[in-house]
Structure formats: structure tokens, C-alpha cells
Design a protein around this ligand. Structure first.
Ligand code: HEC
Length: 210
């Protein structure tokens, strides 16, 4: 008695063959092998190209990566404005006296926040040089409330944050340029808070304390 008709048989044979193909192809993966894997659809996976840091026999220095032509500037990174980017007057080459970022209530708040994050651990929240780190044996930084530092041009403080000074590390990598200026504006407010003359007061406050 034959329960299966002809079509059923063909169907079983074809399914069996398909299953075998799947198993055989599947078996190519997963096990470590020295041979190149069978790549059914290579797409653009294997094309001749230089990967970063790869070597090259074509170029004289043997490096696949090329150095940009001298003087190349990435888009948006010309940084022509030396006052903003370096704190330096492009004509005189001297440090600029005033921060190019005009203080507003909003950016002063940010200056305070950034100062408390990046400077206060060493310099203290009021800038008097009594940050928490000195309890751990770190060198005591100078107070900002001295005539010497009051008279520093803003550009010089920018340079100190950017490049560090003697025992103070540089903060160029942690603090973006605009934030550095906001920190300086806030530092000036701190200095004023400890050293304001009557004439510095706004008129309405002068009235009150008369
Ligand atoms: C890791 C501790 C540390 C941090 C953080 C730090 N400073 Fe300093 N800073 C010092 C020390 C120490 C000195 C004194 C360096 C010396 O004379 O060797 C100093 C000196 C200074 C001076 C005076 C330099 C001079 O000419 O005498 C200024 C201004 C200053 N820091 C500003 C800042 C500002 C602004 C920040 C935050 C962006 C900051 N520092 C963050 C440790 C620190």
C-alpha cells in the first residue's frame, strides 16, 4: 500500500535536500578554522582598502595613513580670533585685559558652576587657596585675593587655565574655551566680593548704606 502520492515524495526529497544544504552551510560557521570562510554574499565586505594604522608598500614611509598638507585647517577650526582662542591681542601680542565673553547673569551662573567643579577643589570655593585637596597633602595654591592676581590681565588667567603653570596642571582638555572665559568672569566677581570699594557699588545700594 502506497500512502504517499508522487507529489508528496518529491516534496519530502526537496525538503530533505534543502535541510542538508542549510546544515552544511551552517556548519561552516562557529568553529575556528584557518581557512577563509565561505562568503555567500560578499557585498562590499572585502574590498582593497587601507584601515587606520595599516602599513603600505606604496608610500615611501611605509604608512598607509597620510599626513594632511601643511597648513590644513579642518572646517570650523580656523580659530582666527586669537583674543578668544588664546587670550592674546593679535596686533600687540600681549594678553588681553578683559574677557571677550561679556558677563550676563546666565553665563556667570555657568562660570560659578564650572569654577566649583574644576577650580574649587584646589583653590577653594571663595578662591582663597583652601581647597579640600590641601588636606590630602597637595601644595597650597595662592589666594586669588592678592594685588598680584587682581592685576593679572584676563588673558593671562586664560593662559594659566589652558596651559597650567608650574605645579598647576593644564585644564585645556577638560574645560572648553568659552567656559574658561566664564570661569574668569566669575573669578573676577569672587575677587570683587572680597575687595569692593564704595564707588564700585550700584547707585541703589549706595543709597541704602548712606
Ligand atoms: C589640582 C589643583 C588645582 C586646580 C584644580 C586648579 N589649580 Fe590653579 N593653581 C594650583 C596650584 C598648586 C597653583 C600654584 C602653582 C605654583 O605656583 O606652582 C595654582 C595657581 C593658579 C593661579 C596663579 C598663578 C600665578 O601666577 O601665581 C591662577 C590664576 C589659577 N591657579 C587659576 C586656576 C583656575 C581658574 C582653575 C580652574 C579652571 C584652577 N586654577 C584649577 C592648583 C590648581
Amino acid at each position: 500500500m502506497n500512502l504517499l502520492c508522487r507529489q508528496d515524495k518529491t516534496f519530502i526529497i526537496i525538503s530533505g535536500l534543502l535541510l542538508l544544504i542549510v546544515l552544511v552551510l551552517g556548519g561552516c560557521q562557529g568553529r575556528p578554522s584557518e581557512k577563509t570562510p565561505i562568503h555567500v554574499n560578499p557585498n562590499m565586505d572585502s574590498q582593497p582598502k587601507y584601515l587606520p594604522q595599516s602599513s603600505s608598500e606604496f608610500f615611501l614611509n611605509g604608512a598607509g595613513m597620510r599626513v594632511p598638507v601643511e597648513g590644513t585647517v579642518a572646517r570650523g577650526q580656523l580659530n582666527e580670533d586669537t583674543e578668544f582662542w588664546q587670550g592674546i591681542d593679535s596686533v600687540t601680542g600681549e594678553f588681553i585685559a578683559k574677557s571677550p565673553v561679556i558677563p550676563t547673569m546666565e553665563n556667570m551662573e555657568r562660570g560659578r558652576e564650572r569654577f566649583n567643579i574644576y577650580c574649587s577643589i584646589c583653590h577653594g570655593q571663595t578662591g582663597d587657596g583652601t581647597g579640600i585637596i590641601i588636606k590630602k597633602g597637595y601644595m597650597v595654591p595662592p589666594s586669588f585675593h592678592t594685588d598680584q592676581i587682581r592685576e593679572y590681565p584676563d588673558g593671562k588667567i586664560f593662559d594659566i587655565i589652558t596651559n597650567g603653570i608650574r605645579n598647576m596642571p593644564r585644564y585645556a582638555d577638560q574645560v572648553p574655551v568659552e567656559d574658561r572665559w566664564m570661569i574668569i568672569n566669575y573669578l573676577r566677581a569672587l575677587q570683587l566680593s572680597q575687595n569692593a570699594a564704595y564707588t564700585d557699588l550700584p547707585d541703589d545700594v549706595k543709597e541704602k548704606i548712606k
